[in-house]
Design a protein around this ligand. Structure first.
Ligand code: PSU
Ligand code: MN
Length: 307
């Protein structure tokens, strides 16, 4: 049986020529942002990857296949569909078999990117250890995927809806390199700093690409998490985001939101509670990550060709 993997002509050509490609996820489109900003952002992110000299490869499950690189119609369908499944590692095979439409999380996007031969993936924020995980056990499968699948993920750190110290501890336990870009601190999505130092720092894309290739040479499984701080002008002040987070968390608890629903519920409520303010920042940081992803992919292509 062949792999149900369909590359767009543009992505297939770029990979065949060993030109830079950046994978992009689809859960941010279906469960992370409201329509129509989700599709507008997705298109702007693809444009930012192109501006950086790489080919964007947005990934989703459609018609029983992993689609790598979506055309306009597919992106619109995904952005407007009501019942799209949110897919992590556990859900991928089942969704391919049922033929439902599915959006890939960070974990599932890493798996699909690797199957396609793509080494770099840019997104907004990763899943992590939720607050109260000591009783709920809610730890995103994204963390385990970073330990298992050799893709470098560019994100703006993790959201303050999570327990950031515990998230960093789990990443350390799993042996995932966490590399802050251009600063010492681990960024916290809407803020440039979480108040915690990141374990590692890199000031250029070349170092990140070289470390990615070195991990491969060492035979280490797993990827790298590149934590790219939000541009200063797009930060959301703590006095706006802090109360919104607290309210959203309290509502989630009162309504007994659990499992896969937790992250989409919190993201949706925070957009509403900040009157859309958080959404503007979210867009700015994803674009920023797309640019860095393109630079890393370009370096990866250049360095791999040199060897
Ligand atoms: N965090 C964000 N924005 C997102 C997500 C997380 O700031 O869109 C999405 C990503 O797709 C991520 C997923 O992989 O939520 C994590 O979900 P969970 O916590 O259920 O593992
Ligand atoms: Mn979870």
């Amino acid at each position: 049986m062949t792999l149900p993997l369909i590359l767009s002509p543009e992505v297939a050509a770029a990979l065949a020529d060993r030109r830079p490609v950046v994978a992009l996820e689809s859960t941010i489109i279906t469960h992370g942002m409201p329509w129509p900003q989700n599709v507008e952002t997705a298109r702007a992110v693809e444009a930012a990857v192109r501006d950086g000299g790489a080919v964007p490869a947005t990934i989703a499950i459609m018609g029983g296949a992993i689609r790598v690189g979506l055309d306009d119609a597919a992106l619109d369908a995904l952005g407007q569909a009501q019942a799209v499944r949110k897919l992590s590692r556990a859900d991928l095979a089942h969704c391919l078999v049922t033929g439902e439409m599915g959006a890939t999380t960070v974990a599932a996007t890493m798996i699909c990117a690797h199957l396609a031969g793509i080494g770099v993936f840019a997104t907004g924020g990763i899943g992590g250890v939720h607050r109260g995980a000591e009783t709920s056990f809610d730890i995103s499968a994204d963390l385990h995927e970073l330990a298992a699948t050799p893709v470098t993920v560019v994100a703006a750190g993790a959201k303050a809806i999570l327990d950031l110290p515990k998230t960093l501890e789990v990443l350390e336990t799993l042996g995932v390199p966490v590399i802050a870009y251009g600063q010492d601190d681990f960024p916290a999505f809407w803020s440039r700093s979480s108040g915690m130092r990141a374990p590692m720092r890199a000031d250029d894309a070349a170092t990140i690409a070289a470390a990615h290739l070195m991990r491969g040479r060492l035979g280490l499984p797993g990827g790298q998490l590149v934590a790219n701080p939000i541009p200063a002008e797009a930060e959301v002040p703590m006095e706006i985001i802090g109360p919104a987070i607290e309210t959203a968390l309290a509502e989630a608890e009162a309504q007994q939101i659990a499992a896969k629903e937790v992250t989409p519920f919190l993201l949706g409520r925070i957009v509403e509670l900040t009157g859309g303010r958080s959404l503007q920042s979210n867009t700015a940081l994803v674009l920023n990550n797309a640019r860095l992803g393109a630079a890393i992919a370009a370096e990866l292509a250049r360095q791999a060709a040199d060897r």
